[in-house]
Design a protein around this ligand. Structure first.
Ligand SMILES: Cc1cc2nc3c(=O)[nH]c(=O)nc-3n(C[C@H](O)[C@H](O)[C@H](O)COP(=O)(O)OP(=O)(O)OC[C@H]3O[C@@H](n4cnc5c(N)ncnc54)[C@H](O)[C@@H]3O)c2cc1C
Length: 324
């Protein structure tokens, strides 16, 4: 059986990983020049930021065994410091329940997880799929014929690909939040009692602040601090087209209030705009993916907008293929 997967985010890689365990080699086509999708790391001048997802919380799902036992754990970091909350930039301790969940990243960045999965899989990066052709019960992608096809892309992109073969799935209700991530590197140190601060109701433009140097060692040159600020969904939607300079200035207005004048002007700053950040609502896995189907969908929009749920979805899609 020949299987093609479109998209090498966690949801696509999990399908290929599950199939590999069953002895089925899948071919993964990825538009970007690297794997991981929203599980992404960016580095510059010795600063290392996780500019998409911040951490992996396995929550006893299929990803746990893979993260802790199947892949090498070299450089894997269990994040020690908790998450606190802020109300108008007044910071206080977060809930005990929220902080009892183990969270992980890697010293070299969270992208290490998809990179380690991909290292033993057949991935073709820089090869976006813009349309699918169906011929004699096979799917033709980039000139090759496949028996089964998995779309592991955000659902609006999956809908367009389905349209090219006149297929339909109940996914049109799914919408996504936008998120702007601002990466900051400062030439001073801080030692807060937390690794991240969240605005629980997302009423403040600073939806989330991760102190990357508190999360993990080796995220900045000695004596420096790396941070990623995720601007709230509403703020991000309204300011997606604003300049990087405006967005960095906005973020620094908040870091100055939180940590003082040394955190006013960063040594280095970058901006990443995520059009599809996390789903605002979900489609039902069972309604989208029927046993025996030749075309399946794997996405964080079916079980939940988190890494462990994307991975779980990929595993379940893989099992549907293995079981025929
Ligand atoms: C800013 C931010 C913060 C987050 N924080 C967390 C967190 O702390 N913890 C957590 O668990 N989750 C978090 N998430 C959510 C988590 O990252 C996602 O739920 C998960 O990574 C989604 O994986 P996926 O494989 O479904 O989609 P994606 O990661 O979007 O993967 C889809 C892949 O398909 C590729 N692609 C798109 N179109 C095509 C095409 N036409 N042809 C070929 N390839 C294509 C893309 O390049 C991409 O690599 C966060 C997300 C963002 C953006």
């Amino acid at each position: 059986m020949k299987v093609a997967i479109v998209g090498a985010g966690v949801a696509g890689l999990a399908v290929a990983w599950r199939l590999k365990h069953a002895g089925i080699e899948a071919t993964v086509f990825e538009k970007a020049n690297q794997v991981g999708g929203r599980v992404s790391t960016f580095s510059d001048q010795g600063f290392v930021w996780d500019d998409g997802a911040t951490s992996i919380a396995p929550r006893h799902k299929a990803i746990e065994e893979v993260l802790l036992n199947e892949l090498s754990t070299e450089g894997l970091v269990r994040i020690e410091k908790p998450i606190w909350t802020h109300d108008g930039l007044r910071v206080s301790a977060g809930s005990v329940f929220h902080n009892s969940v183990p969270r992980y990243t890697y010293e070299t960045g969270i992208a290490e997880f998809p990179n380690r999965l991909a290292s033993v899989l057949d991935i073709h990066t820089g090869m976006g799929v813009d349309e699918i052709v169906e011929h004699e019960n096979q799917f033709i992608l980039n000139g090759e014929a496949y028996d089964k096809l998995v779309l592991a892309v955000p659902l609006p992109i999956a809908a367009m690909l389905l349209y090219s073969i006149s297929e339909n799935r109940p996914i049109s209700n799914v919408t996504y939040r936008a998120c702007i991530s601002v990466m900051l590197g400062f030439s001073h140190e801080i030692d807060p009692p937390y690794h991240a601060v969240v605005s629980p109701e997302q009423t403040h433009p600073m939806g989330w602040l991760s102190i990357e140097t508190e999360k993990s060692p080796h995220r900045a040159p000695a004596g420096n601090t790396a941070m990623v600020m995720q601007l709230s969904a509403q703020f991000s939607k309204n300011n997606m087209d604003k300049s990087d300079e405006f967005l960095v200035d906005t973020a620094c207005a908040f870091t100055r209030v939180l940590y003082g004048p040394n955190f006013d002007a960063p040594l280095v700053a970058h901006v990443k705009r995520w059009k599809y950040s996390q789903p605002e609502n979900l489609a039902r896995f069972e309604a989208v993916n029927q046993p025996g189907s030749r075309l399946l969908i794997s996405s964080d929009s079916l079980l939940g907008g988190r890494i462990e749920e994307s991975f779980e979805c990929g595993y379940r899609v893989g099992e549907l293929i293995v079981n025929g």
